[in-house]
Design a protein around this ligand. Structure first.
Ligand code: NAD
Length: 478
């Protein structure tokens, strides 16, 4: 497969460079070629998005919704093929990838329906015969920058609300998710979206991504990716006084209290930590355990880890596949090496294939490092969890909060009071009882606190607030 740009309704192959895509499950296999854009391509997308804005913004929400509905049906019809492309490109197991595409379908349907929902409010005026009310209006051109780890769902959870609110879009996907991005954009083209309403520009972050943020005439930027890049994007958007949203990294904890159901906690911890090979912003990467059940929990983790199957992304049996790329492999492997030299290995999953055939990392559980250690503080984005002991609930919550991140946190307990106290006291945007740290649904707000987010939210109703602005209207009819 070849990536392509879609700008102003034209599909073409940009020529500023190219990248061969190797299948992370089988690195001798070539999946396709990504063609990189120049800054001129990006500037052209800005012109196309601006030119399409007025017509799109003045359509009724019901008319805009019809395109989203059509895209939802087409995406569902193409579910198998797009999941196959994405799994081959970035290594997410096919069973999870199909679930992700279905989430995209649901997001499109949800935001299509939101187009005709009542919104705004009527506010009493101090003068008689005056009707005062608010209405939502579009922001203008939206610049969307997306990561590779959810190549379908994250783009759609930005594109769908941005479109239904009447904005036009320039989308810059992650380099190593560009084949999937081309496929997703083709779905919108087939749905008949008017020219220039959605523009796809494939390219590198430090070139065209930067141009989008610094130079293109955009009115809003929504970014998902690492905290380092996100803070850079936020600082430029703030200088330009452009509305922005940055959803960034995490170092999510699962807290297991003495009275927890250990089987349930263990299965949620392994799923949160190891599905997608730990490459979710909401992945569990610290497990904080009350001392009295520390050893029984380790026994249960070892028991359940023995059944975890690591295999090719296209194997439907795979619980986790490879990590997404060579760069990811090297980064995760450096943390595994650190664990081997500075921590104790509690358990390691088996690899059911030749590890050198792809970017495979065996899932690992480690212990024996202080809270200040890199394994406890840095986002690894790979299948590695670090165990920490807590003497009681208070210490467990304190450990949970000892991080610069604040995306997601879970507690496992049957004590309703401690459970609710945890929801109050954990410093994270998504807090959960007896559920894994990942898996927040599309109709609920998604986002973090502290260095995980710029504090707005995606998904659900929150995305409609982000992709629109309020006008306060007053009419004298006396
Ligand atoms: P990344 O920051 O390297 O890249 C993200 C996107 O930004 C890519 O499209 C990239 O090309 C682009 N980019 C890079 N440099 C840029 C620049 N100077 N200007 C503009 N754009 C630039 O992140 P990644 O490796 O693709 O994704 C993994 C990260 O994403 C992890 O940290 C993970 O936690 C985070 N993430 C967060 C959420 C969330 O909702 N909080 C969800 C998924 C992933």
């Amino acid at each position: 497969m070849e990536s392509q740009n879609w700008i102003g309704g034209n599909w073409y192959t940009p020529s500023a460079g190219e990248m061969t895509v190797y299948n992370p499950s089988e690195t001798s296999e070539i999946v396709g070629t990504v063609h990189l854009s120049s800054n001129e391509d990006m500037m052209e997308a800005g012109v196309a998005a601006k030119a399409a804005l007025q017509q799109w913004a003045t359509r009724t929400p019901g008319e805009r919704a019809a395109f989203l509905d059509k895209a939802a049906s087409l995406l569902e019809q193409n579910l198998e093929e797009i999941a196959h492309v994405a799994s081959s490109e970035m290594g997410k197991p096919i069973s999870e990838m199909k679930g992700e595409v279905m989430r995209g379908v649901n997001l499109l349907k949800y935001y299509a329906a939101e187009g005709v929902r009542a919104h705004g409010s009527v506010i009493p005026a101090s003068q008689s015969s005056v009707l005062q009310y608010t209405k939502r209006v579009p922001l203008g051109v939206a610049g969307l920058i997306t990561p590779w780890n959810f190549p379908v769902a994250i783009p759609i959870w930005k594109i769908a609300p941005a479109l239904i609110c009447g904005n036009t879009i320039i989308w810059k996907p992650a380099e190593i998710a560009s084949l999937s991005a081309t496929y997703v954009a083709k779905i919108f083209a087939q749905a008949g979206l008017p020219d220039g309403v959605l523009n796809l520009v494939i390219g590198e972050g430090h070139t065209v991504g930067n141009t989008l943020v610094e130079q293109v005439d955009v009115d809003v930027i929504s970014f998902t990716g690492s905290t380092k890049t996100g803070m850079h994007v936020a600082s430029i958007a703030a200088q330009r006084n452009i509305k922005y949203q940055t959803e960034m990294g995490g170092k999510n904890a699962a807290v297991v209290l003495a009275d927890a159901d250990l089987k349930l906690a263990t299965s949620a911890i392994l799923s949160g930590a190891f599905r997608s090979a730990g490459q979710k912003c909401t992945a569990t990467s610290r497990v904080i355990v009350e001392e009295s059940i520390y050893n029984p929990l380790i026994d249960e983790l070892r028991r359940q880890l023995a059944d975890v199957y690591t295999g090719s992304a296209l194997d439907p049996k795979s619980y986790l596949g490879p990590v997404a790329s060579k760069a990811q492999y090297e980064k995760v492997q450096s943390f595994i090496n650190l664990a081997h030299t500075e921590a104790q290995i509690v358990a390691e999953g088996a690899l059911q294939l030749d590890p050198s055939s792809g970017y495979y990392v065996a899932p690992s559980i480690v212990e024996g490092v202080p809270t200040s250690h890199a394994l406890v503080q840095e986002e690894i984005f790979g299948p590695l969890i670090t165990l920490l002991k807590a003497t009681d609930f208070e210490e467990a919550v304190s450990l949970c909060n000892q991080t610069v991140y604040g995306l997601s946190a879970s507690v496992f307990t049957n004590d309703i009071q401690k459970g609710f106290r945890f929801l109050d006291e954990a410093e994270a945007g998504m807090v959960r009882i007896n559920l894994e740290s990942a898996g927040v649904e599309y109709q609920a707000p998604f986002g973090g606190m502290k260095r995980s987010s710029s504090h707005s939210r995606e998904q659900g109703q929150a995305a409609l607030d982000f992709y629109s602005q309020l006008k306060t209207c007053a009419v004298y009819y006396g």
